[in-house]
Design a protein around this ligand. Structure first.
Ligand SMILES: [Zn+2]
Length: 343
């Protein structure tokens, strides 16, 4: 009897640790795609939302499949979002859709002025339903019982169009007065889908590779985003993005950068992030191994992968069921830190 009780106690202790169905937490995984993007959300009801799917080839595909099936214990992708048509974001999708069933695909579709066409194979990809995402759209998600925190994934912008400000939103004049433009909006990056993920008081911002001049439209003349908890450093930390107007306006507490060993983590962006007063935690998927890395790297504890030939360690974040706090962890080096949610 005693052994049975011990066994039951052991099982009770183990089960909540698995990202199973309806564990009431929101889990986010930044999968290492070596300078690409693949951000997986596992919702409190156990649904999966994958934002971008890394580079073409086996390496990123295997890492994504492993994260979904082995780490998160899920069997399908309920919602797959392509922020824009660059191969470090959609490259692994065709093979991924063959490896794991995709229920819904959300992207910019084929639109006028599409410069960087992803190819016919992309648009032939298998998914139960395909949606062209519009600013203001919400991805329909299963919700916890009434009275529990609400989960929402809202599109704030797509194809250079953005949501309207809520009536009565004050002008962001003091920040916007410091604006300067950059002349680098030539590619599909500028068309990136911008998502705001909200779970109760917790807010997470993922703008794909949205470029500098477009970023300004999100916060000037009015702040369309609000204040956020977590900022996925836009465009891998390249300085064609990460307009400081955004950082000064949305005041993130935690920044997570999906840089590569030599891609992203640009000195200008690194400096702007360091100067962002609201920031309490700054993470990198990779150590910046360029010569400027001497100055532009966070402390080793906050970096998931140190070596050039890395093992593809991920960063994960788990929002508590009451949404009052969230923990960021790098399982590979046992880093774990809990932050208070803003609201
Ligand atoms: Zn990219």
């Amino acid at each position: 009897m005693k052994t049975l009780l011990t066994l039951v106690a052991l099982l009770v202790a183990i089960v909540p640790a698995l990202a199973g169905e309806a564990d009431k937490r929101l889990d986010i995984y930044w999968i290492d795609t070596e300078g690409g993007a693949a951000t997986l959300l596992v919702t409190p009801m156990g649904e999966t939302v994958l934002i971008d799917a890394g580079n073409p080839g086996r390496r990123d595909l295997d890492r994504i499949v492993k994260t979904i099936t082995e780490i998160a214990g899920r069997k399908q992708i309920d919602h797959l979002v392509t922020t824009h048509y660059h191969s470090d974001h959609f490259g692994g999708m065709l093979e991924l859709s063959q490896a794991i069933p995709v229920k819904n695909l959300w992207d910019n579709g084929e639109f006028e002025g599409l410069k960087d066409h992803p190819g016919k194979a992309y648009f032939a990809m298998k998914a139960e339903q395909k949606h062209v995402v519009q600013p203001g759209d919400k991805i329909p998600l299963k919700q916890l019982p009434t009275g529990s925190p609400e989960l929402s994934i809202r599109c704030l912008g797509a194809r250079q169009q953005f949501v309207m400000a809520k009536e009565g939103t004050a002008e962001n004049s003091s920040v916007c007065a410091t604006a300067r433009d950059k002349d680098r909006d030539g590619s599909d990056n500028a068309n990136s889908v911008v998502l705001l993920i909200t779970f109760g008081g917790f807010k997470f911002y993922d703008a794909g590779d949205l470029t500098w001049n477009m970023e300004k439209k999100l916060v000037c003349p009015q702040n369309l985003v609000g204040k956020v908890d977590v900022y996925q450093v836009t465009h891998h930390g390249l300085d064609a993005s990460n307009n400081p107007l955004v950082l000064q306006t949305i005041e993130p507490r935690v920044a997570i950068m999906n840089n590569g060993t030599t891609k992203g983590c640009a000195p200008e962006v690194f400096a702007n992030l360091q100067e962002t007063k609201s920031l309490q935690g700054f993470y990198q998927i990779h150590k910046n191994l360029r010569p400027d890395g001497e100055k532009n790297n966070v402390a080793a504890e906050f970096i998931a992968n140190q070596e050039k030939n890395c093992s593809g360690n991920h960063i994960q974040l788990s929002v508590a069921a009451d949404t009052k706090s969230y923990t960021v962890a790098i399982p590979a080096n046992k880093h774990e830190k809990t932050y208070a949610t803003r609201d």
